[in-house]
Design a protein around this ligand. Sequence first.
Ligand code: ADP
Ligand code: MG
Length: 453
Amino acid sequence: MKSPQDIWEAALGELQTQVSRANYNTWLKDTNGVSYRDKTFVIGAPSTFVAEWLETRLKSLIKKTLTSIIGNPVIIEFTVTSLKSHAKPDMQPVYADGGISSKASKFPAEASLNSRYTFSNFIAGECNRLAYAASLEVTENPGHVYNPLFIYGDTGLGKTHLLLSIGHAARAAGHRVLYTSAEQLTSEFVSALKSNSTDSFHSRYRNADFLLIDDFQFLSGKVQTQECFYHIFNELYESNCQIVVTSDCAPAAIASLEKRLRSRMQGGLIADLKSPDIETRLAILKTKAKQAKMSMSPAVLHLLANQFSHNVRELEGSLNRIFTYARLSGSELDVKTATQALADLIAGDTRNDTSLTPQRVIDSVASHYKLSVEALVGKRRDRKTSLARHVAMYLLRDQNNYPFSEIGKLFGNRDHTTVLHGCEKIADEISINPHIARSINELKKSLGIKANS
Ligand code: ADP
Ligand code: MG
């Protein structure tokens, strides 16, 4: 199978012929293919601003192009990656101490890229209190209080930020720190298998005081890597190495995870990150504005805090956008400028369109399938009810981009993975099942959504 980067390079080749040269050079040239799994293709952009621009302006063209290259419908997501780290993927884990790896000399470059992810610029609030406190605690008292510490939450809520903060603080205290993503761990393991060097792979992980694994959910279904990681985990655990893991869902919700590994992950402290509450959103905006040496009126702060409430990455993106807009247009950063700068983001963000509330979506789907709302959100599992439920989940995700966990709450507290599968099922069916495609179009029409959006 081709790597995500190969697929993305093929897509870039096609996209180059479809957008202007200026647009290509400004927005697409420095992107990369980060991952492709569970039908989701993640594209890395060099900054939040570029990621946002691509999300609002080019997402549908990119989706079309990738779908035709891959030959199956794909879900597109954008993430921010550093230019240096994706220019040539470094398959080695990053050691933060300078002592246990020949790759250690690489760390300063990586560290300077990620130095903004520290405890000092992480804003603690109601939404992240436990995860934040536990992160501080394991840094001060590694290997003893909570081991492993498992932090989970939807995308953009600060998992990587917390994990790297632990890494920086532990390194400052003289500990040997190893940070890697589950994806990188897997690639490295696969290369070690190919070159018959699993022993040296293993031994590289042996000497750490802190093992930090980001996006653990990526191990789902990777049977051999899980097996290998289980042994590394046990060895490190026995030697009191502090293990910290992040994931987009709780251990219980990670599909295809070996039982004994799941139980290991559940053996320490599990802390979740929730969508930021209004106080935290305001505090984040104020801090980031201060860092950027921009002053903003309380009205502009509230405009952003109320408009972007689900995810910190979006909140930051909106801030970057208005700063750039104000700087380029030479305007004062007032509510008018901010509204202009965010016009297309807000227009594309139907989450805040009061006419498209979750209740309206649920009511419309229930009546379309001639079901009661109670049945739709309840426990019934017959074919018709399940299909209708998946359609409602799909519409809520597609139109409102609600986190899977929030959608789950609307349907009797179903978990993240159930919602994810429901949405993907419908996304796939739409292209092959004309009945479903027609139902979705009719529903969109009745909800006042453009059929092709
Ligand atoms: P995740 O790994 O959960 O997808 P990240 O850690 O990459 O999210 O966070 C996304 C962005 O939001 C980063 O730029 C990060 O610095 C910022 N961020 C998230 N939570 C906070 C917070 N509580 N305080 C300050 N910045 C935050
Ligand atoms: Mg992350």
